[in-house]
Design a protein around this ligand. Sequence first.
Ligand SMILES: [Fe+2]
Length: 530
Amino acid sequence: MIATAAASVIDTIVLDEETQRRRAAEAERQAQLLREELAQRLFTLCDIYDATNRRRIFGAERPDDVFERHAEAVARVVAMQRPEVIGRDGKSLTLCLPLGTHEQSSWIAVGETAEIAEHVLLSLAEVWVDMNDSRRRAAELHDESRRLSEHIAATFEEITLIYRLTQNLSISRGSNDLGVQALQWLADVVPAEGMLICLNAAINEDTFRQEERRESVFLTHGQNLLALDEFVELIDGLRALDELDTVRPVVLNQGLPGAAKSPFPQIRNLVLVPLREGDRLFGWLAVMNHRDGREFGSGEANLLGSVGTILGIHSGNIDLYKQQADLFGGVVRAMSSAIDAKDPYTRGHSDRVARVSVRIAEELGCDDNTLRTLYLGGLLHDVGKIGINDDVLRKPGKLTDAEYEHIKTHVEIGYRILRGLKKMGHLLPIVLHHHESWDGKGYPFGLAGTNIPFLARIVAVADAYDAMASDRPYRQGMPDEKLDAIFRSGSGKQWDPDIVDAFFRCRDDIRAISHRHPDPVETVSLEWAH
Ligand SMILES: [Fe+2]
């Protein structure tokens, strides 16, 4: 049997046989208690009936034809909820009295008694009916109060779960990470033997680390009732049966339907929730096998639907962010290409400076945001060369003083190019100050020591390294020994000594970066665009 739950409504779930049997037993127990009480107070012989369904629940003191012989009187008792004498045989009186509503059925008692006057019997019966009615209402109120308490407790847990999730919707938090956390929190609220999240394959989940999610991600909690390939088979099976709903939660309480059942006998019941945002489906959340052997209801379906919506929106936001990062990356690529086009002899220089800068910064213990800034700053540190005369820029020989002064203006040109771009504001110190010198003899402002922005000091080392190490058409790159000697002698003079120390600590990695094929800009991470 399948029930499909909307955000707030779920179809009636058909009771299974076990539940029906349990409820029938409970009704019989209640009827027996009533009968015993009535036998003590009013009757010598008494039967309890379900008047709504016209059947005897307990007792067998008379032929089972009460509803045929006394149809009108029984109808009056049920309608008026007052007792009535429905038969007389000498001194023996047959009394029918209402027992109220049980599980949407009206119950009555039919009993006999003697040695008592009719009006006295009726008065006693009315007192008992009133008393029974009060007792029943008190019990109902108690039950309602208990249910309300449970509902409030469950609602509080659900709100706590939703609150926790919404507090963790940062874009920088990947879908996998949030999914693992969501499963742990759900396990505290939903009594299921196993639960899982399946995220569809996506590209560039975390390009900062150059890792890409090209395959589905499968997260589980509790019992591993399904492997990834089995879950995919299950989804395909439900889709083939037209039982898959990609918008709303699906509740399967009688095992899986039709042909989908046999491959997965371990699945007793299941709630399946799509993770989507708008018209995009990012994956699935599934909860399997109620831990108490019961059925999943609208409470679980609604909660899981809310969690699915939150996870879907989070995936959608990440996707949107990636699109923006792609756009930003396209702009950076275009700028880097423009620098390369101006100065083909140094092709790939900006990318190598960016990577060497990041490696040095890692050695210095910088955080991820700083590394992102440094990478972009490295890529664009010479963007001002776009405004430098080609003849000067490409001149292989020694520059005149005037030509050198002209080249030096590239840092301020670069600053003016980027300062109008809000998203690149954090790169400006790198672009403007990467030619400052630790001893104050650099340009454009002659800043010294720690007055030079930290990231510009790092790029200064990476820039000098690549300029000396890389080959040019008119000369070979400098040998390592000579290059290292220059850095040692320039430490504390041209460059920040701490950064030169870090450079030497990761010298082998930097050498490997500088020998890479110099065409990496196309593969550059696009998600440095914070
Ligand atoms: Fe430069």
